[in-house]
Design a protein around this ligand. Structure first.
Ligand code: HEM
Length: 185
């Protein structure tokens, strides 16, 4: 089990690394910094982030208010009641996600079955959906690009658990051993 997890994380890492190496190879010396069009090429890296947010949603849910008497899943919900939508159980519903216990970023690129609307909700959904979701994507990809291109690292505590306080957080603060990456031209 530990060995298969190690192999999985190694293969995810190597594939993401090659995506970023490819971007760097095509960068003109005059361009220097990361560009908008390069960010659009980080498709695999974003599917890894999406799958991570399916497993461990950064926000566990939120409240909505019933505007009229309604019913859902066999429950009657009177007008004015508060309803809590929760991302984790939604992301772990086998009606929406095939092989849901498998960490499989490809489900966001070539899904074996389409993900229905309102089923993948790390940024919420509807009128109050996160307005920063695109910005969060750009921030995530920029950080990953700079980390993966400039450094190599390993976890000090590979078995470190994630705790919720209430946002998910590495329980020991995620100490890492880090060194500069030496890339040959
Ligand atoms: C990975 C990063 C982020 C996650 C997972 C996240 C998640 C969420 C979620 C779940 C909601 C509630 C949506 C709903 O009720 O349907 C929300 C709302 C919101 N988020 Fe984010 N967010 C992220 C980053 C950001 C950033 C970077 C910004 C701003 C720059 C931002 C601004 C907002 C705002 C203003 C709302 C309230 C929207 C409204 O009520 O109409 N978020 N976010």
């Amino acid at each position: 089990m530990i060995f298969s997890c190690f192999l999985l994380s190694l293969s995810l890492y190597l594939r993401a690394l090659s995506e970023h190496m490819e971007i760097l190879k095509k960068r003109q010396p005059s361009e220097g910094k990361l560009t908008w069009s390069e960010l659009q090429k980080m498709k695999y890296t974003w599917t890894v982030a999406q799958e991570l947010m399916r497993f461990i949603p950064p926000v566990f849910g939120g409240f909505r208010e019933a505007l009229k008497d309604t019913s859902f899943g066999g429950y009657d919900i009177p007008k004015g009641w508060k309803v809590f939508w929760a991302s984790s159980p939604t992301h772990m519903d086998k009606d929406f996600f095939a092989d849901l216990d498998e960490f499989d970023p490809s489900r966001f690129q070539n899904p074996s079955k389409p993900i229905p609307p309102f089923s993948y909700i790390p940024f919420g959904a509807g009128a109050h959906m996160c307005i920063g979701n695109e910005f969060a994507r750009v921030e995530t990809l920029t950080i990953v690009h700079n980390m993966i291109m400039n450094f190599e690292w390993s976890e000090v505590n590979p078995d470190e658990m994630i705790t919720c306080q209430p946002m998910p957080y590495p329980s020991m603060g995620l100490p890492i051993r880090i060194k500069e990456r030496i890339t040959s031209e």
